[in-house]
Write a new protein. Structure first.
Length: 365
């Protein structure tokens, strides 16, 4: 399958922002607080730092292999069969992430917008938009991400400002009063909310590795990290010991402060911001599902109609499963799936260090 570079360095950086931040703005801070209370901020900080390191590692790898398909790279290093096994696991991993992400955001959008709408109405709106993004060319998709970036970042900053300048904000109480075993156990449970960097490997042959590639990509990665930490700090500062009852974190931060209640209804700001986050991050994940399946099946053309149909049907089946088993979904991702996430999204990218070090030594000689 022939490809050409279609993603500029700036567009890649914006995709990194969507992928790094999106899932963390919905309910992460609230869920972590339920588990470990005042140590929650430190857990999020630790996982975000690990996430940053994995993103940076993959970016350095892409810099050293410009224009190379990751599937071709794996095939040449470990053989076609092993490469196909890894790609099937990545396909399954992103299929689960995409489907759970779509189903998890139904409650948020229902309560914020579609108060009387059912699940199938929600799917009839969100799925066609995401599939259209997935079926478009990579150039068109990356330009779409770039076009809406200013709206998204402005909405996010405004939500954080509303939280910080509300009358209810105070410095959150931070604690390290826990055992190392409990700390790492909780971190392991929530690694699924991180580890969205694998899409970079799937997109790597479509990325223009320009002169300022590393500098710009690293800037966007650090910027994304800072946004997450500032937001989580703000959330815990606004809600404190009641953080566990505020499930829609960015929405609650912008809406439930006393000062914002005096101004009037400002819920449209976090709603619009998260709508774009949800759609664009879903688009990234759906493209990851599609690319991994096409490479696994050795598709001769990108955006193969058959591959799209398979991905959509598989996604709908899983979304239905998550809807039916809504009360068990959270436990599912803190069960065996967290181990798959740990291996694929964190341990597997670290193995790329061996290639980076090998090439560095070769260049030094």
């Amino acid at each position: 399958m022939t490809t050409k570079s279609e993603i500029s360095t700036r567009q890649l950086g914006i995709m990194i922002f969507y992928a790094f931040c999106g899932l963390k703005f919905i309910n992460l801070a609230s869920l972590v607080y339920q588990k470990i209370e005042d140590v929650a901020f430190v857990v999020v900080l630790f996982l975000a730092l690990v996430d940053v390191m994995v993103f940076l590692l993959i970016l350095v790898f892409i810099k050293r292999h410009p224009g190379v398909s990751f599937y071709q790279y794996l095939s040449s290093k470990i053989g076609v069969i092993c490469a196909k096994i890894i790609y099937f696991l990545i396909f399954f991993y992103y299929l689960m992430r995409f489907s759970s992400f779509i189903s998890a955001n139904y409650d948020f959008l229902r309560d914020a917008i579609f108060s009387t709408a059912g699940k199938y109405f929600y799917l009839s709106i969100i799925i066609p938009v995401v599939v259209a993004l997935g079926f478009s060319s990579m150039k068109a998709f990356s330009r779409t991400c770039e076009f809406f970036f200013l709206i998204v970042i402005s909405g996010f900053l405004l939500c954080v400002a509303l939280g910080y300048f509300s009358g209810s904000f105070s410095l959150p109480y931070l604690s390290l009063d826990t055992t190392a075993g409990e700390f790492f156990s909780v971190s392991l449970d929530f690694n699924y909310w991180f580890g969205n960097s694998l899409f970079l490997l799937l997109f790597m042959d479509k990325i223009k590795v320009e002169k300022n590639f590393l500098r710009s990509s690293i800037f966007f990665t650090i910027f994304s990290f800072v946004c997450v930490i500032i937001f989580v700090f703000c959330f815990y500062g606004v809600f404190g010991r009641t953080s566990f009852i505020h499930h829609y974190t960015i929405y609650d931060v912008a809406v439930f402060g006393p000062e914002t209640l005096d101004v009037g209804r400002l819920d449209f700001i976090p709603v619009i911001t998260m709508m774009f986050f949800i759609i664009l991050q879903s688009g990234i994940m759906f493209r990851a599902v599609l690319i991994s399946l096409e490479d696994f099946c050795d598709a001769k053309h990108e955006r193969n109609v058959g591959s799209v149909v398979i991905c959509v049907l598989a996604s709908l089946a899983l979304i239905y499963f998550f809807f039916v088993n809504e009360d068990k979904t959270f436990l599912f991702f803190q069960g065996w799936f967290k181990w798959l996430s740990l291996i694929l999204a964190f341990i597997f990218p670290i193995l790329l260090l061996f290639d980076i070090r090998k090439r560095r030594r070769k260049n030094e000689k």
